[in-house]
Design a protein around this ligand. Sequence first.
Ligand SMILES: Cc1cc2nc3c(=O)[nH]c(=O)nc-3n(C[C@H](O)[C@H](O)[C@H](O)COP(=O)(O)OP(=O)(O)OC[C@H]3O[C@@H](n4cnc5c(N)ncnc54)[C@H](O)[C@@H]3O)c2cc1C
Length: 491
Amino acid sequence: MKKLQADVCVVAAGLSGLAASITCAEQGLKVITIEKAKVTGGAASMGMGPLGVETRQQRMKGVNLTADEAFLKLMHYTHWMGNARLIYDYLRKAGDTIAWLEDMGIEILFQGGTLYTPERMRAFAQPEQTQHTVAPVNGGKIGPRVAATMTKRMTERMQELGVELLLETPGKKVIMKDGKAAGVLATDANGEEIEIESKVVILACGGYSDNIQMIKDNLGFNWGEDLFSFRIPGNVGDGLKMAWECGAAKSRMTMELMYQIPDNLNHFDLEGAFRQPLLWVNKLGERFVPEDCIGNTATMGNCILNQPGHTCFTIMDSDTLKYYKKKGVDFPGVQGTEVFDHFDAAAAAAKEEGYKYYFEADTIEELCEKTGIKLAGLQETLEQYNNDCDFGRDTVFNKDYHFLRPVRKGPFYALQSFIGAYGTLGGVKVDWKFRCIDKDWEPIPGLYSVGTDCCDIYGDTYPFIMPGNTMAFCLSSGRLAGEHVAEYINQ
Ligand SMILES: Cc1cc2nc3c(=O)[nH]c(=O)nc-3n(C[C@H](O)[C@H](O)[C@H](O)COP(=O)(O)OP(=O)(O)OC[C@H]3O[C@@H](n4cnc5c(N)ncnc54)[C@H](O)[C@@H]3O)c2cc1C
């Protein structure tokens, strides 16, 4: 068996693993990072960018949220359910992390501004302006996957600092000696076993979004039936299992829930077109939310969770489609204001593909037949809703009258949404130094967990009051753990 030696073995080179590897190397430690996939970056390469607080970019736009204020906001939002010391350290680090990324040569943008949210929902739904985005390459549009530039540059930076990166090398087991982590057993790209002897092991395996059995066992969802979350190939819970095997305690396990349509990145414009304050109904044909409150995808995910089959339908008629094509959308979202310019092409592509969740029908009866919505329920809803639209007052939910558009004239268009999630959260219990702790809260010497594997700081709902939180937590947890590891080794 091949044997290697290092001060630190980082298991995985997703966002948190990259941050931890770079930081350990910056501290002068010899680092070997092993990554299961052929490429680095994990889920992070699909995203847009991290939260920052007190950044240069925010100051330029007059955004004065402080880390102290951000801390209290998050703690109040989560009813103080997370580890306050760890969260305080994370939020204080988050702004500096933006500058740290820039020092590596990564261009970080901050647009400021927030999506429109009705006044009555602002205290809860209106986000603070914390989302920073990685600059798109070659003048492209800000959107999904721009953050791939960041993970690519972080990988280069890590190697410039002398970190040895082994791709296609999944970590299998943490070696324990005398109660301390002492290395990792892995298999290399040829399937041969290797042993990496190290003083510290940092697990950063990105949760279990691609393990539907673990999702069922721990969260109760049936993926593909009542949950359509992103699945990152290879993120199957290895970090959790390896830590638990060494005696680490379990932390609260949740998901970063939101709502989405299945395979949404391939139907991105279609999804944007229907993420509007149109008529939203459940399978019974009943309204269940003031539709001008759909701006917060996390709380809307909870709302859909309360509906039969964890699903709902957004419906518009041909007059509304005509109106949006002419005037543009009510809620721009990440797809932008011009999303209806692409509607016909997006709808045609969905039909051609046989996409099961987009519907067109000439009559309400036909729509109910195709969607499975209860006809009597929808007819009753439409009678009231259309009446309310005529009178300019929503008598059920008091939705803003600007968005009261009747559903009367066929053809009718509908899109079915489900609960989705960006990924899983939590599983490994850590202390504020990111040391894995056992059931008696004793740290397991030399064993650390970072990123989503240990992230249980959001209470029950992802805090869109401060967007960009997950990436920022992954970056900062990697950095903070790296600093604590250096202290531990130097002692
Ligand atoms: C579509 C999408 C968009 C997103 N956009 C944003 C956004 O704009 N802002 C934001 O804050 N968050 C966003 N997120 C969430 C964010 O990207 C993730 O929370 C973050 O990347 C998680 O980092 P991580 O290091 O924990 O895991 P990952 O980045 O997923 O990395 C995990 C790595 O572990 C590797 N691995 C797994 N098992 C092993 C093993 N046994 N041995 C070795 N390697 C292993 C995997 O191959 C992977 O490379 C988004 C997520 C998705 C899916």
